[in-house]
Design a protein. Structure first.
Length: 166
């Protein structure tokens, strides 16, 4: 059993403009530069019709990891994130799958971008699973907290991007 991820962001703008701020190539590259950590990269980006798929790499320095993680994993951590989005009527639905190099586990989440009460909502629901006996639960909780913090920071960046570019 993993640790749940629940997050909700709220933005002002049209569904299309918020989608561009969340999943547009220029916005992603700027977000990575601001929030991606060490060795952050946009590894791949494909947009076809109403669908977008991209792969991101984030880096986390070993010094920023809790002792329990450092005891099990030596050195920095590279996080690879694959996100897909597809227009579905009046919303975008997506999937995010994340792997952490050298750690036996994964993060999976469903993502939704939709209009509600003159706002655009970005919802993320998912789960962190770490398959390490005895320590897995503690690491899952830490990772889950870090994912929610990253999503909050990404929301702040997205709001700023919208204010500056649209």
């Amino acid at each position: 059993m993993g640790s749940r991820i629940e997050h909700r962001g709220e933005f002002t703008g049209s569904l299309e403009s918020v989608f561009i701020a969340v999943a547009g190539k220029d916005a992603l590259q700027a977000r990575l530069a601001a929030l991606g950590g060490e060795d952050a990269k946009l590894l791949a980006y494909t947009a076809e019709g109403d669908s977008v798929r991209y792969e991101l790499q984030h880096g986390i320095k070993a010094a920023k990891l809790p002792q329990a993680v450092r005891a099990l994993h030596k050195g920095d951590i590279i996080v690879n994130r694959v996100q897909t989005w597809k227009r579905a009527g009046d919303e975008y639905t997506g999937r995010s799958d994340v792997g952490v190099g050298g750690v036996p586990g994964e993060i999976g989440a469903s993502t939704y971008l939709s209009a509600k009460n003159e706002k655009i909502l970005l919802r993320t629901t998912g789960e962190v699973v770490v398959r390490i006996p005895l320590f897995g639960g503690r690491i899952e909780e830490f990772v889950s907290e870090q994912v929610v913090n990253l999503l909050r920071n990404e929301d702040e960046f997205t709001a700023q991007w919208l204010a500056e570019h649209l």
